[in-house]
Design a protein around this ligand. Sequence first.
Ligand code: GDP
Ligand code: IMO
Ligand code: MG
Length: 408
Amino acid sequence: MISHKITGQVTVVLGLQRGDEGKGRVVDELAETHDIVARFNGGPNAGHTVVLPDNTELDLHLVPSGIAHPGTMNVIGNGCFLDPVKLLAEFDHVAEKGVTVSPAMLKISDSVHLILPQHIQEDTDREAGTGAQGSTKSGIAQVARDKYYRTGLTLGDVVQDKQRLSALPDSYQTAIQQLSAYLDDTTLYLNQALRSGKKILAEGAQGFLLDIDHGMYPYVTSSSTSTGGVVTGLGIPPQAIGEVFGVVKATQSHVGDGVFVTEITDKNLLNQLRGKQGDVDAEFGTTTGRARRMGHLDLPQLRRAIDICGVTQLVITKVDCIPRYGNKITICESYTSGLVASASAASLEKEQPVYIELPSWTDDISTTRDYTNLPTNAQNYLTYLETQLDTPITRIGVGPNREQVIKR
Ligand code: GDP
Ligand code: IMO
Ligand code: MG
């Protein structure tokens, strides 16, 4: 049999900022045209919101955002970190919303590293002390440390070795036994799928500035959030990657510590920008419930993210929320240093923003589906971004629901 030549069948969705850009809703929409949705990085620290056509709201953490599409296979790849107890609880939570997870729709890599109680304890202890970084206290840094120290435990290890399994707390043993039905060599599965011509959607967690290599170290997460992470986190060849969607939230936010060059500190404006806690799109962490820090768009940072990730298309989300900033849209066009952003928190700390202002609009655009029906100032804003970022904007989010998107 002559197998299919692998080229460009993997579409990547990444957050280009600091997480929570709206990746989940973009993946949910794109899942329709892909056979498989695969998570390649992150773990229970992620929180992806999907709003189904019947208004059911799914807040997903490790379960891929393609889960609501019947007929789509979902994969938790080897690059992820898995907390067995939390994942089973997530299955239950999703089932309550009417989506029952089964091995027919989800495969879990036998190579994922397990987050154990001691990792969470250490993370919680660190956050309580002087070394706090504003983590989600999910044990991410600690499981990653053990992985790279080569003392970690994978799901495959404990499923195969009863002795290692029996050393874990009861709740973990029970959860792992249930998850064993989902276990697979997902790298082999994905490569066979590519050979047979299938299309894969790689769902990123976190955002560019949280990347362990390219983010604002040390205020980062412990996995690769960029395109490079797709290759290692799923075990697929680089030429399999085609389109790379970079998701940018117009109302830029951040949770946790770290430098935020364009941060807004005005309390009234912050309240206005965050929206009402409890609303599906309010700016409070999906995983921790923390109020998100908010700011203006930072173009130097986005230019760097687009270059390093090889972004081919931009999705701008929460464009409907821009009027919350008032009658002007403030954008950081450059830094006074003239640099195209930088990697570490220490160097980013020295940067000063150079702002420009564009006129805003007051119209409610949440029901607009046609680009030409957007207010002129909204069109001008998007054209400005496209020119500045030298990348086409092919999707514009005008609300959190699946259909609230303008496609170009
Ligand atoms: P993710 O982690 O990148 O998947 O993003 P989150 O789900 O954590 O956060 C994004 C938030 O913005 C969620 O509350 C979404 O429902 C909401 N959201 C996404 N796109 C849009 C949009 O275009 N308009 C509005 N109003 N909300 C959006
Ligand atoms: P999604 O996928 C926003 C942040 C934490 C903290 C830092 C390190 O929903 O975009 P960690 O627990 O990973 O050790 O925390 O990273 N962080 C996120 N911020 N969205 C996320 O995921 C995040 N995952 C981690 O707030 O600053
Ligand atoms: Mg999120």
